[in-house]
Design a protein around this ligand. Sequence first.
Ligand SMILES: Cc1cc2nc3c(=O)[nH]c(=O)nc-3n(C[C@H](O)[C@H](O)[C@H](O)COP(=O)(O)O)c2cc1C
Length: 173
Amino acid sequence: MESKLKPLDIKNLNDNVFSLLKDDWMLLTAGTRELFNTMTASWGAFGMLWNKPIAIGFIRPQRYTFDIANQTEHFTLSFFSHDYRKVLNFCGSHSGREVDKIAQTGITPVFSENSGVHFSEARLVLECKKLYVDELKPENFFATNLIKEFYPQNDFHHFFIGEITNCLSSNIR
Ligand SMILES: Cc1cc2nc3c(=O)[nH]c(=O)nc-3n(C[C@H](O)[C@H](O)[C@H](O)COP(=O)(O)O)c2cc1C
């Protein structure tokens, strides 16, 4: 089946990135054909750094996706129409350690040579190559109330800054 996703120059992306994260959510997928996992994410950032278009994913260390993202060079961000809300809810409430999310949701992985794994049902995909990884540190918070609010279990997010190497888009919203 021919993919409905076509390459798009990232500068021509018309989506509002705040709506993409806050309203649409995304599947953050790490790994390769041999071993990959996907999880729902709604925290992230997009911008320019080191003269490159970048995306940042924030992943808590207990996620299975975290283990795989640390082992592999690429991750992807897949955005879907709201028809897929059930799929995103499932991938955001089950771990790939316990269930096969692909079998359970029926979404179709696409394996790109050297660019990781995305899903053919997505309406927008950002393929990212890891550039820099670090973790949020409690001693660096100016707003210490955030620690109490978001990290009672000390599970500080690690952030993965990736160069957006490819943007794929369909015309569907
Ligand atoms: C709407 C939504 C947004 C989420 N955003 C994030 C996020 O940005 N970072 C994160 O670590 N977990 C996030 N999660 C939680 C993970 O998706 C969830 O823990 C998932 O089961 C992890 O799967 P895994 O163990 O297979 O990696 C979110 C969940 C939902 C429902």
